[in-house]
Design a protein around this ligand. Sequence first.
Ligand code: ADE
Length: 260
Amino acid sequence: MERIAILGALHEEIADLLAAMEPGATTHRIAMRDFHVGTLWGTPCVIALSRIGKVAAAATASIVIQEFQVSRVIFTGLAGGLHADVNVGDVVVASALMQHDMDARPLFEQHQIPLLGRVCFDTDPAVSRLLQDSATRFTQDRGAAAVRDGETMPQVHVGLIATGDVFVSHNDEAQALRKRLPDALCVEMEGAAMAQVCYEFGVPFAVMRVISDRADHAAKTDFTVFLENVARVYTAGILEPLLRSGALLNVDATASARQG
Ligand code: ADE
């Protein structure tokens, strides 16, 4: 059976998805992780907590691909905004991901994955487009309330996400990343590792992140508040319509209908 894998690094990022799984879901424990297999809003899914960081994300992606016959992998969670236009509360859908901490110079060029000959991993355009459209609808609905509360209207961005084994919480670190990677919209700790594994297995993937902080000295506080109050609501709110409509399973048909 074809399934969609949905991964998150922290419990709060997938909590509402787990709670919404239809009765009869089963849990498989592999390599100290729980893989929840069942139906979520009508779509067969496997949901797992990867834990934080590139190794954890890569291990989790390998397991879902090898053990659970997934047709697509989606990673969801929070990220720190890097680009000047990317603010707290915005959503970033990756068009590509790269590992900002990969540096095997002078053997290989900076950021290149050694012996794979690539820096960036491109996401599945059709799934990314579905996420972008759903995130736009979700933020527009929520945005009205946010603007009433004196906040700015959340935006949805599509572009490059930078991944590394570091929680960026100093202005100078963030500035250095902005200078080195002017196209990177946000920074997180798992996406490009999952992307590399999916690329190597030939499984399409997508990444959606909600901006919890600006990767500066306030990042820790902003991240915690956001994690507890907002992360789960966004993830479920954006994924629910796509799973209910079956769009993520029929993504190839949906994409060609759009083009035709
Ligand atoms: N995820 C959320 N905020 C982050 C940050 N500032 N650095 C790395 N990963 C993050």
